[in-house]
Design a protein around this ligand. Sequence first.
Ligand code: FES
Length: 358
Amino acid sequence: MPRFHPLEVTDIRRETRDAVVVTLRPREDAAPHFKFTQGQYLTFRREFDGEELRRSYSICAGVDENCLKVGIKRVDGGAFSTWANEELKPGDTLDAMVPQGRFFTQIDPASARTYLGFAGGSGITPVLSIIKTTLAQEPNASFTLVYANRQVSSIMFREELEDLKNTYLGRFSVIHILDGEGQEIDLFTGRIDAEKMEMLFRLWIDAESVDTAFICGPEPMMLTIAESLRQAGLGDDQIKFELFASSQPGRARKRVISKQAAAAGNTCEVSVTLDGATRSFQMPKDGTAVLDAAIANNLDAPFSCKAGVCSTCRAKVLEGEVEMEINHALEDYEVRAGYVLSCQCIPLSDRLVLSYDE
Ligand code: FES
């Protein structure tokens, strides 16, 4: 189960007016835990006004850079991102969980794959990690990035992307699409919608040659792009998604109590195994999530987004039945095997046996 470790901030670089790149270093004994795969993220925790906030930010470094770097864009009203942009400084310590996430495909140095990446705003952070790692470790791979922003000044990693184009001449190309600033070519102005996707495929990108597409950005943009990719002939197994941080509401939406749950009885006897120890407690069947009930009963259950996005709260149901409200994180085969996102689960049965250790 993922645990928190202290990371020292070794550098902070302002990337755009409202985004910083933070470089972090684990203590020597924890360093092996912070080896990451391209596209993964770190979950941080910090108290604000007596309340603990947890926020996830994608690692923007490539695997070969041998350092931990995250991009943090300030979100309006976002306590953590505002604090990181305005107050965080080198020498400070941040508590972070070990890298998590499955927004990647296995690297195969012998392959000659064609990749396509779509990023919206700060959704570039995991995609950048994937681009750098893939181009470095798959010498015959090529990568096209379609990157949507409001205007030139809000483009994160603009210089780094230019440098990558020069380093990987002929293997890496970037298409910037701006919706707040006109460009000479109409194709590059406006939002990424179905029409824009159709134009991109007709004029710029050969969809048939694409092996894998990575998409990270706001949900509506991702759904539009994914649908266009499917219509262009890509299968679901060729399309990888990552919802980006500001799409995560931070806590689960209010639940509608299912009639089945209300009729079956008022409480559920829950037994939870965590780090080898099993604890039992009663929880109401009133729409409360299993994770919230576990935390209320002083269990140190893992979580980050509480919105069904990150899978940090993944657990396995060994006995009983639950209803999972939102699932943006688990694959179908995991759900079939009994895995659930405990932040999104309400019990349906009178007894529930759940393990975070499976
Ligand atoms: Fe992120 Fe449950 S805490 S999916």
